[in-house]
Design a protein around this ligand. Structure first.
Ligand SMILES: [Zn+2]
Length: 305
């Protein structure tokens, strides 16, 4: 199960490679902003995908069309998820809790309205429960509170990249032990809000953010109620101006073996083509080269956040 694909093909593809993911039962796109759907093709590259799911808010339509094209190219059906649906897999139950009140018409240029149309999912496994909130803002969070849905979860994917438009009431209802913030470094929206994260940390919650921690994983030992271990792996992107230990020739510091194999295979292909005077195809963006978080995408320029 993959929830959202990030803005670009390269990072999500490399992340799934690092995790050894060769197939995905379902890719759920919480909403259609480019920072969530832009990497869809990368997520599906060389992987079997059961379905691509979207919520009831289908704006912006250009993004829906691009998603539909990518899904069709990958041979994955595009399906709609509605609030109240329950999806069952072995050892995983996924309840669709929101959007509670999807608007009949949403202005695609109204970022908050599109965000509030995000799918909100509660994933329950025998060991851990997670609340996956897309980019819901204050109104959608209030709707969830009013609905009486069980929002409690061990792990909360912080709404909207840790935006300040997240209510304390909502966070209190979730009672998470670990809060994960998916957020681009140096973003122009000033996500995440330090006040909110500081308050969570002071109350004993383990807060981890991808802009400073890189890959984040939650490890459990399988027993209900047991301690969660939240680990970060550091950013695979080179730090600006970092000096220090030089990697051996042919090896890039911090580069996972699976990525290195792909890169060296590509380089020998390139050398072969060049030696025959043939044109060399453009490389697809790689994890450490992708101009993340502001970089290219196969989709039109990003709107929303
Ligand atoms: Zn977003």
């Amino acid at each position: 199960m993959l929830i959202d694909a990030g803005p670009d093909d390269g990072p999500v593809d490399a992340c799934l490679d690092r995790l050894g993911v060769q197939g995905i039962a379902m890719v759920v796109l919480s909403h259609l902003h480019a920072d969530h759907v832009g990497g869809l093709a990368g997520a599906m590259r060389d992987r079997a995908v059961g379905a691509v799911a979207v919520g009831p808010v289908r704006e912006p339509t250009w993004a829906l069309q691009a998603v539909a094209r990518s899904a069709a190219e990958a041979g994955a059906p595009l399906v709609g998820l509605a609030t109240g649906r329950r999806l069952l897999w072995p050892a995983l139950t996924l309840d669709v809790l929101g959007p509670q009140r999807p608007a009949g018409h949403v202005d695609p240029d109204d970022g908050t309205a599109v965000n509030d149309g995000s799918l909100v999912l509660r994933a329950v496994t025998p060991a851990v429960t997670a609340l996956l909130t897309g980019d819901v803002e204050l109104a959608a969070q209030a709707d969830l509170l009013i609905s009486g849905a069980d929002l409690r979860a061990d792990v909360l994917k912080m709404p909207h990249h840790g935006s300040r438009y997240t209510s304390r009431g909502f966070l209190n209802a979730v009672q998470a032990r670990a809060v994960l913030v998916s957020v681009g470094a140096g973003n122009r929206y000033r996500h995440p809000d330090p006040g909110l994260l500081g308050a969570l940390e002071r109350s004993g919650v383990a807060v981890r953010r991808t802009d400073t921690g890189g890959d984040v994983a939650v490890a459990v030992d399988g027993r209900p109620g047991s301690e969660l271990e939240v680990v970060t792996r550091g950013s695979p992107l080179p730090a600006p101006g970092r000096r220090g230990v030089r990697a051996p020739a042919g090896v890039r510091a911090g580069e996972p073996a699976s990525v290195r194999r792909k890169r060296t295979a590509r380089m020998s292909r390139v050398r072969r083509l060049r030696s025959r005077g043939r044109p060399v195809p453009r490389a697809r963006p790689c994890w450490w080269r992708a101009p993340w978080p502001t970089g290219r995408s196969g989709l039109p320029p990003r709107r929303g956040s």
